[in-house]
Design a protein around this ligand. Sequence first.
Ligand code: SF4
Length: 353
Amino acid sequence: MMTVNFDLIIAGCNTRCRHCYVNGGPGGMMPLASVLGTIEKLDALAELLPYETSFTLDNEPMDHPDICVIIRAAAAAKHIGYFHHGMTSGIALMARKDRDDVMRAYLDQGFREFGVTVHGNAAHHDMIVRRKDARRTAVEAAEYIKTCGAEIGVSLMFNRFFHEDADGIDALLERLGPGWIYFAVPNYTPHGNMMNFEPFRGSLDSLLGLRSHYALWGQKEEKLLEDVCTPGMLIKRLEEGLDVGEMFERPQEEMYLTVRPDGSLFYGNTGVETERLGNMRTLDVKAAARRILELPGNRDWGAFYDAGTLPGPEEMIRALGRVPADLAYSDMASTVYRAFAEAGIPTVIRGWK
Ligand code: SF4
C-alpha cells in the first residue's frame, strides 16, 4: 500500500549544510495560524486518501516561536499521523529561554527520541554545516535533551574526514551513550547543493579503512556497502552490471509532498518539487485528493530522473571519474551549477579532476 508523507516546512534552520537536499538554511517562518490551518486541512485531505498518511515538521521546528502549541496540534490530528523525526542541530533549542517548556511539550505528547548529526571533529563538522560552534552546540543540546528524560541518537554523516576523526567520534559516542547510531552516506540527489558536497564525499577506500570502528558504531560492512553512495561503490556496481535505468523505473510505494512556508503544496520532496497542487489557504481538498491518487510514488530519487535519457555504463563510469574532488572547487561548483541551471544549460561540467 502507498504511504504518503507531507513535509511541512514551518521554519528555516540554523545551519547551511553542504549536502542539504531539502532547501535548509535560514528561511521563512510560517505564521502560527497558517501552521494550524495547514494541519487541519492536511487532516481533511488525509481522510480522503486510502493511504497511510503522515506529516513531518521541518526544517528545524524548534526555530518556531510557537512550537509548543504546534506540537500539541500535530499530535491531535485525527486522520494524519505526525512523524517526529526528532533530528535537530540543537542550535535553536539551546538559544531558547523556554527550552524546558519545549522539551516538556514533546515529552507530554509521547515524542521521546531526538537525534543529532555528527560530521566529524569540530573543525570539519562546522566546515560542512557552515556554522561556527555548531558541533559544540549539538553536543551540549544532546546532553541537555538527555537530562530531560528523552533518548538521544547520533547520525554519523560519512565524509572524507572520517578516517582522520574516527577516534574523536568514538570518544564522543562514549561520552553521549546514544540509544541508536545511524551511519549515513549522503545520497546522490538531483539537487544543486550536491555539487557543493561532492568534494567532501568520502571514498569507498576510506569507508573500508574504518572497519575497526564499525562495531562501536553499530554497523555491518555488508549493510554499508548495499547503498551505492560513493563514486567508487557506484563504479564497482556498474562494472558488475548494475542497470541504473531498471532501478529508476521500479514502482515505488512511498510518496513525498511538500508544504512550503508560504502555504504552497507540491508533489515532490523538498528541494525537488515537480508539480504545484495549490495553496493550503485556498486548497480544494477533494480536487487535491483526486490528483494525488493519480500520481505514482516518488520516495526514491530515481523518480526525478528520466531513465530514457541515461547514458550507458561506460559513459557513467567516465563521468564519475570527473566528479570534483578538490575542496577548492566546492563553493565554486555550486555557484556554477546554479548559474547554469537558471540559464537552462545542461550541467555537465567537464575537465574537473
Ligand atoms: S541538512 Fe537539515 S540542518 Fe542541514 S541545512 Fe538541511 S535542513 Fe538544515
